[in-house]
Design a protein around this ligand. Structure first.
Ligand code: SAM
Length: 237
């Protein structure tokens, strides 16, 4: 029988389906390069939002923000259980794959989990207090009018789950995100769970250019999954 080395066995970070997890406002600031001016002068759509606390924390700072996700509409109790289960999965998933990540921002696994729990707690509170901040949507369709928000943020969905989302889905979703934004969309990261750049990114960007959009890729300081230090910004005009 073929022997698999211990090292090869270790280097895996697997996710079944789509993880219902979320990041905090500060993580979004880093990964989407949101400046103080960006935050002061724009409205935001987070899509898909998962258990992110961006919308909750933005609302507290009087920044207009709304989140969409396929799962929204479930009861807060169900979400509490889902979030607790996701935290358990993170513990198991990372124990085998720490070396695939850079730990400059999170420092260690306990701190990472604590940040995920904070995001989930703030999300759950806001989901109860401000239910209109959270609307169900099944991408690639978005139940919003054209130009509804200045900036649309889309994190840890497109490209990351490219092994289960086809090219056409990526294109349709991006066109829909562009339709509902006034100024631009920002997508992060540009790599898959395997750590490799989305193979059809250039082809996708060429199509978007022919449709009159202006995409650009920016190197950013934030990097967790190794290789995830690029942000895609697509300007509408
Ligand atoms: C890993 S989370 C990303 C959450 C957040 N943006 C972040 O950066 O942490 C992926 C989310 O995509 C949502 N999702 C999966 N398929 C979807 C679809 N077709 N339409 C809308 N949301 C979807 C899942 O419910 C999940 O919350």
């Amino acid at each position: 029988m073929k022997k698999i080395s211990k090292e090869a066995n270790k280097k895996k970070y697997t996710v079944k389906g789509f993880a219902f997890i979320g990041r905090t406002f500060d993580e979004y600031k880093q990964m989407f390069e949101l400046s103080a001016t960006d935050l002061q002068s724009n409205s935001f759509l987070d899509c898909p939002g998962g258990s992110c606390s961006f919308t909750a924390e933005a609302t507290k700072q009087n920044i207009e923000a709304t989140a969409l996700d396929i799962e929204y509409g479930k009861s807060p109790d169900i979400f509490k259980t889902i979030c607790e289960n996701e935290t358990k999965k993170i513990k198991i998933g990372f124990s085998d794959a720490k070396s695939l990540f850079r730990w400059d921002y999170y420092k260690n696994l306990d701190n990472l989990i604590s940040i995920r729990e904070t995001a989930a707690r703030l999300f759950l509170n806001d989901y109860v207090d401000n239910p209109t901040n959270y609307n169900q949507c099944t991408l690639p369709s978005i139940p919003l009018n054209d130009d509804s928000f200045d900036i649309v943020l889309s994190g840890h969905f497109l490209f990351l789950y490219a092994d289960r989302l086809p090219f056409e889905f990526h294109l349709k979703t991006i066109e829909e995100l562009l339709r509902v934004c006034k100024k631009e969309i920002r997508i992060y990261p540009l790599i898959g769970l395997d750590g490799k750049r989305y193979p059809e990114l250039d082809a996708l960007l060429e199509i978007l250019k022919t449709k009159g959009f202006s995409p650009s890729i920016k190197k950013i300081d934030f990097e967790f999954l190794k290789g995830s230090n690029h942000l895609l910004i697509i300007k509408k005009h």
